[in-house]
Design a protein around this ligand. Structure first.
Ligand code: ZN
Length: 318
């Protein structure tokens, strides 16, 4: 079953809001777009593995989790995909790079092809192994010990090759996504002793889901931007143009002629994702470009937001 489905991570939604709101000159050739594209490519790879390659076993006795992130000590560790069953757990590190992977057998260095030259990168097998190690330690802290935890680097890019020698001792810790089911079959053949019963698996399931903490950085800080760099105005739900024209409860896009009565809700989300997790009536008026406090009050109340305080001190939260 799917323990945690593959949904667009909060971080990617925050990047999308930021990119929509920055002016061209801050975007062109900048780090923001390049980091966003890398994240998105990675997500597309994980999505392909989750929704296509693992789909045939999602009805069996496996619990499959996409994107788990836990605090361990002072740091977080993150697992792209976790497969859990009564006999073992399997940590997948998924990469969707458009480069061939070369694994060397003596020092276990990893290289990718960059314009015909080999360039050294972090060994993704060791990244997977480290996440498995941290998961083992973390589960131990929560009184779940001893479950065998295997790890695997999965190349989800079907246009690239993995080059690894037959004598490389990590050759069973790496595979292409099309071979993943076969590898899971092989691993499951090695573990015949039931480690946890259904009740304990349900407990672990709850532990994983309640402790998962999505990556949620302040992107303005990360890229040395200020709130002045964020463009205000309600954006078009279809073409992202902003600001839309407001008249009598309806926003209209001058570019693609889309009309919407609810476009302000996504714009409030952009505010929460880029500027602050809370908003006041005055701040919403300025961001939505609505002069009337009364209309803004009505819009904020209809947006289904949590709120604290009263009257002019009222603060709305996502
Ligand atoms: Zn539009």
């Amino acid at each position: 079953m799917i323990g945690k489905p593959c949904l667009l991570p909060l971080l990617i939604e925050k990047y999308q809001a930021l990119i929509r709101r920055l002016t061209e000159d801050l975007l062109i050739g900048g780090q923001v777009v390049s980091d966003y594209n890398n994240r998105m490519t990675g997500f597309r790879g994980e999505e392909q593995v989750m929704n296509f390659h693992l789909e045939p076993i999602s009805d069996l006795n496996y619990r499959i989790y996409h994107d788990l992130r836990f605090l361990h000590g002072n740091y977080y560790f993150q697992i792209d995909i976790l497969i859990l069953c009564a006999y073992f757990a399997l940590v997948l590190e998924v990469k969707n790079w458009a480069k061939d992977w070369h694994f060397e057998k003596v020092l276990h260095q990893t290289m990718i092809d960059k314009d015909g030259k080999l360039e050294r990168v972090k060994n993704p097998i060791f990244q997977a192994r480290l996440q498995a190690f941290k998961l083992r330690e973390w589960l131990k802290l929560h009184n779940f010990t001893g479950l065998p935890i295997k790890y695997l680097f999965v190349n989800s890019n079907e246009n690239t090759n993995i080059i690894i020698g037959d004598d490389n001792k990590y050759k069973w810790n790496v595979c292409n996504s099309e071979y993943l089911l076969e590898r899971i079959d092989q691993i499951s053949n090695d573990f015949k002793i039931e480690f946890y019963d259904e009740k304990e698996l349900r407990k672990i399931n709850k532990l994983l889901l309640t402790n998962h903490t999505p990556e949620n950085p302040n992107l303005l800080q990360k890229y040395n931007l200020t709130r002045k760099d964020i463009r205000s105005g309600v954006h078009c739900p279809k073409c992202n143009f902003l600001p839309l024209q407001y008249h009598a409860g309806t926003w209209k896009c001058p570019k693609c002629r889309t009309k919407s009565k609810t476009a302000f809700i996504d714009t409030l989300n952009d505010y929460f994702y880029t500027i602050s997790p809370t908003i006041t009536n005055a701040e919403a008026r300025s961001f939505l470009q609505i002069p009337s406090p009364k209309i803004t009050h009505h819009l904020l109340n209809s947006a289904d937001l949590a709120s604290t305080g009263k009257f002019k001190f009222k603060i709305y939260h996502k």
